[in-house]
Design a binder for this molecule. Structure first.
Ligand code: FAD
Length: 527
């Protein structure tokens, strides 16, 4: 018997477990399905091309809408390793804009306004450039400027300015509009994942036990209370009981799945799969939101991108530079520059985010170019209107859930992405970048608005930012209350990307860390 069990050692779960175990009188067990974060590639920013494609990811099919006319079976990847997404992601540090959180409050998330959450961002942060009302130093999470900026990124940022974008020195000051360099979750040229930042310093604590390779199959509910979990480790099923609370932090796909397997969810759906209903919560698994991105791939006139480091001698040189000085290309996350701008001009703040990926074929599902030297512009609509659903395929915990994201169900999402894509092409037509480009590889020929719209609808891919499936709120379809307690069951909370009422404007990792910080305070308040 322990006090707290945290399910899922990802971006949020690591924060919750670490903060709870600060009290030496409370025992905490963190159960993570994936392995420990010993793979050396995790910790080197430039090895993002490895973590974004390799064995630390779990692949699950998602169901496209028939109108999308996709030929191949698309997959959604989620991290499966200690640190979760924060151990494999591109490290881009983004918080969204104040109106994201004010919208959460309108949807019933009392206590989650921008002014309520900023203190938690600050508590987490150890920034190496800014210290002001928006940023702080001394927190567990390293946030830094990228040590090495590739000349192609600089050329693209100049091209953005030639296309009319202002330069924005800090995307996290409350205003995102413009182009600039991203800050990343790193410290001294090493990835600062939630595992490194939060579990690393806590490992010596005798009251914290971290178990990896431990797959939770259900939360045990007795008389309306969560009293423990059942999990499988090395093929053996084990039961662990919790005296105080169970915290579900398995991410926006697996948290609703685990709730449903435990008898918490839409009653009819659970009964269909022969699962005993403990709480009829119709909202579990609904409200799925994700950023969907399109990739424009360009062929370069020569070795002007990180693609040249695919050659062994360049790779060895970059490795040596990194080993000796923690600098050079291997200290870059390969996506150094970006921008926020309008696809839909009626939006009050930018609704499209751009990423200059200094190479081609770096991320899973994105092509390399013939000849080997390319670059990629990724862009996504960051406040999608479309809503999808995660549900069960069966009552077997080993089966993947049914993921139907419903991308582009609302035509405004596709319209905005189309206009954002046309603008991305305008940027690539500017003289500052033109001299590096041999031509566009994907899409080869499309240029009219309708052709680009069709291309976006057919080729856009999951941005791997699922959220919203156990949404915080106070109405019938909310899954957790503003203190993140599961409605209708005591002793059980959810803390991860699934609790967001709406996706924030940009990459969500920093927000998950903030959620972990705030969840830990709520847990301590009721201890
Ligand atoms: C390739 C990639 C690139 C990305 N790039 C960025 C970026 O640059 N910036 C950014 O802000 N965001 C990025 N993201 C998104 C971001 O990392 C995620 O939104 C964030 O990590 C989600 O945090 P979470 O706590 O909700 O879930 P996760 O971090 O996914 O954690 C969930 C954890 O639970 C574990 N788990 C699941 N089921 C079980 C079970 N049954 N039993 C035990 N453990 C279980 C998983 O193994 C995982 O470790 C990226 C994501 C990916 C995959």
């Amino acid at each position: 018997m322990v006090d707290y069990i945290v399910i899922g050692g990802g971006s949020t779960g690591c924060v919750v477990a670490s903060r709870l175990s600060e009290d030496p009188d409370r025992s905490v067990v963190l159960l993570e399905e994936g392995p420990r974060d010993i793979n050396p590639y995790i910790h080197i920013p430039g090895a993002y091309y490895k973590t974004a494609q390799g064995s630390l990811l779990k692949r699950m099919p998602w169901i496209p809408r028939p109108e999308q006319g996709r030929s191949e079976d698309p997959t959604m990847v989620q991290a499966s390793v200690l640190g979760g997404g924060s151990s494999v992601n591109a490290m881009i540090y983004i918080r969204g804009v104040p109106s994201d959180y004010d919208r959460w409050v309108e949807l019933g998330a009392t206590g989650w306004s921008y002014s309520d959450v900023v203190p938690y961002f600050l508590r987490a942060e150890d920034n190496n450039r800014f210290c002001n009302e928006s940023h702080s130093v001394g927190g567990p999470l390293g946030v830094s400027d990228i040590e090495y900026i590739h000349p192609l990124t600089r050329a693209w940022l100049l091209a953005c300015q030639q296309a009319g974008l202002p330069y924005n020195p800090d995307f996290n000051s409350g205003s995102q509009a413009g182009c600039g360099l991203y800050q990343i979750t790193a410290r001294n040229g090493r990835r600062s994942s939630a595992a490194v930042a939060y579990i690393g310093p806590a490992r010596k604590r005798r009251n914290l036990r971290v178990e990896t390779g431990a797959r939770v199959t259900r939360v045990i509910i007795e008389k309306g209370r969560a009293v423990g979990v059942e999990y499988v480790k090395r093929g053996r099923t084990q039961v662990l009981r919790a005296e105080r609370e169970v915290i579900l932090s398995a991410g926006a796909i697996n948290s609703p799945k685990l709730l449903m397997l435990s008898g918490i969810g839409p009653a009819q759906h659970l009964e269909k799969h022969g699962i005993k209903v403990h709480a009829d919560l119709p909202g579990v698994g609904h409200n799925l939101q994700d950023h969907i991105e399109i990739s424009l791939i360009y062929q370069l006139t020569g070795p002007h991108s990180y693609d040249k480091y695919k050659k062994p001698h360049w790779k060895a040189l970059a490795g040596l530079n990194y080993l000796l000085f923690r600098g050079g290309p291997a200290s870059s996350n390969l996506i150094e520059g970006g921008a926020f701008w309008w696809g839909n001009k009626d939006e009050p703040v930018p609704d499209i985010q751009y990423f200059m990926v200094v190479g081609a074929g770096i991320e899973e599902g994105v092509d390399a170019v013939p000849g080997g030297n390319g670059c990629t512009i990724n862009l996504g609509q960051i406040r999608p209107r479309s809503r999808g659903q995660v549900s069960l395929n069966s009552a077997n915990p080993l089966d993947a859930p049914r993921i139907a994201p419903n991308y582009f169900a609302e035509p405004e999402d596709l319209d905005a992405l189309t206009d954002g894509t046309l603008f991305a092409m305008d940027i690539m037509d500017q003289p500052a970048i033109g001299r590096y480009l041999a031509g566009r590889h994907v899409p080869t020929s499309a240029s009219s608005r309708q052709e680009i719209r069709d291309f976006c609808e057919r080729e856009a891919h999951a941005a791997l930012h699922p959220a919203g499936t156990c949404r915080v709120g106070q109405d019938e379809t909310a899954v957790v209350d503003p203190q993140l307690r599961v409605r209708g069951v005591s002793g059980l909370r959810v803390a991860d990307a699934s609790i967001m009422p709406t996706l924030i404007s940009g990459n969500p990792n920093a927000v998950c860390i903030m959620i972990g910080e705030k969840a830990a305070d709520h847990l301590k308040e009721s201890a």
